[in-house]
Design a protein around this ligand. Structure first.
Ligand code: AMP
Ligand code: GLY
Length: 437
């Protein structure tokens, strides 16, 4: 297949590596991609990868490119093109696209829209109130009590949510986001978090294997919320809580995914793409804390290396309405761990432009590969010397390690991190520690 993938992060790199791993041998174009994605082309024997400078949020540029280049499938990585209506534009022109239209992507783009859909579909989620002004906020904080949860309505790249014991901090956060519109005050939900990805063709869903993300910057879940500092999959403790991973997944499909997909279909805004259910397992049952309309980052980097079923067939079937005929995707029992290497100053003000070294040594650790999140090749400074690899954003590289068990995967990941050099670089040392004991 000729596949166009929109985005430039480690999630897109992980999707491309999974596609390159297939027997079929695809021609892949990444727009705009990154330095690691461009380099995967040479390391694969089967397929090809090309990166092109193209604005992934520009509807007509993306559509024209797909038509002119006989693209068989477009995969949308990040949320921005979805919210910009890129999937609608492609679908109107008859191009198969994995990603929901603008209306259904509001499940991620607007927390109030998501709450309304969940209410209509009877999907379990935290109680929440929409506050239009500070007096509303104060009343809701009073009603739910501490810890306080205040959420901006729109996309805020992980910064819109504050969970705090400090009432003044909750009010300050609300005051800031009230300038942009109403904010949501939610009851605090206590329990383990799970990210479950579900492929949807608008009617049917198929689950991938669950993962757990580490959202806080520092060890022990300290520091600010980030886009995600690491992840692991599968979640062995689900067996104790639910009997098996499958029993857990079945419950999420029945009580959360299918009702949500049906509600969106009934409203003539079908959800075609990846329904990311962000869940908290409370003592009173499973609750949705958020939906996203695309693959999670960094969870994708640990879910896809375990996928045994070819990814392209699944995504094409979701895009063309054929998921109902397919069996559930299969996963290898391996343990997968990813640790994110981030720039100094992330998440508030990342220092960029610094050189990264040691990639070859890191990638030579058995079971390890590196997914690039924000990298570019620098300028040539001396003849006969390779130009440096530069960090261009907050989250820079994801070390991904697969092993027979979590102890092995973790040892491999951290051995690889020991080879990487980035001035001021930061990473958590406790990713998957709880499952490796
Ligand atoms: P969200 O952007 O909605 O996923 O929120 C980011 C993070 O804040 C989540 O991954 C949780 O760790 C935390 N969070 C959000 N909502 C709640 C809640 N109602 N109770 C407890 N923690 C929450
Ligand atoms: N890892 C969280 C997200 O992708 O939103």
């Amino acid at each position: 297949m000729r596949i166009l993938i929109l985005g430039s992060g480690a999630r897109e790199h992980a999707i491309i590596l999974a596609l390159l791993d297939e027997e079929a041998g695809h021609e892949i174009v990444a727009a705009p991609g990154n330095a690691g994605i461009a380099a995967s082309a040479t390391s694969s024997a089967r397929g090809s990868v090309e990166t092109i400078a193209l604005d992934p949020t520009d509807r007509s540029v993306v559509t024209d490119y797909a038509l002119e280049n006989d693209i068989d499938l477009v995969i949308v990585g990040p949320e921005a093109p979805l919210v910009a209506g890129v999937a609608d534009a492609l679908r109107t022109r008859g191009i198969p696209v994995f990603g929901p239209g603008k209306a259904a992507a509001a499940l991620e783009g607007s927390k109030t829209f998501a709450k309304r859909i969940m209410e209509e579909a009877n999907v379990p989620t935290g109680r929440a109130r929409l506050a239009e002004n500070l007096a509303d906020v104060e009343a809701s904080l009073e009603e739910y009590g501490a810890p306080y949860v205040v959420k901006a309505d729109g996309l805020a790249a992980g910064k819109g949510v504050l969970v705090t014991e400090d009432r003044d901090a909750a009010l300050a956060h609300a005051t800031h986001y009230l300038q942009q519109g109403p904010v949501l005050v939610e009851e605090f939900l206590d329990g383990q978090e799970v990210s479950l990805f579900l492929l949807s063709d608008g009617t049917n869903v198929l689950p991938l294997s669950p993962a757990q993300d580490y959202k806080r910057l520092r060890d022990g879940d300290q520091g600010p919320n980030t886009g995600g500092m690491g992840a692991y999959s599968p979640l062995p403790w689900l067996d104790a809580d639910f009997g098996s991973e499958q029993a857990f997944v079945d419950e999420v499909i029945e009580t959360i995914a299918l009702p949500t997909v049906k509600q969106l279909a009934d409203e003539q805004t079908p959800f075609i793409g990846l329904l990311y259910a962000g869940l908290i397992l409370t003592t009173r049952g499973i609750r949705v804390i958020e939906f996203n309309a695309r693959f999670g980052d960094p969870e994708t980097q640990v879910v896809l290396p375990r996928l045994a079923t070819p990814l392209s067939g699944l995504l094409l079937a979701a895009s063309t309405g054929g998921l109902g005929e397919l069996p559930r995707p299969e996963f290898r029992p391996d343990a997968a761990v990813t640790v994110v290497l981030a720039s100094e100053g992330y998440p508030e003000a990342p220092e960029t432009g610094r050189a990264i070294e040691g990639l070859d040594a890191a990638a030579s650790v058995p079971g390890v590969h590196i997914a690039h999140a924000a990298t570019a090749i620098g300028a040539v400074t001396e003849p006969d010397v390779d130009p440096p690899l530069l960090a261009t954003g907050g989250r820079v590289l994801n070390v991904v390690a697969v092993g027979e068990d979590f102890g092995e995967a973790r040892r491999r990941a951290y051995e690889a991190l020991g080879h990487l050099r980035l001035d001021g670089g930061q990473y958590r040392t406790d990713i998957a520690a709880r499952v490796a004991e």
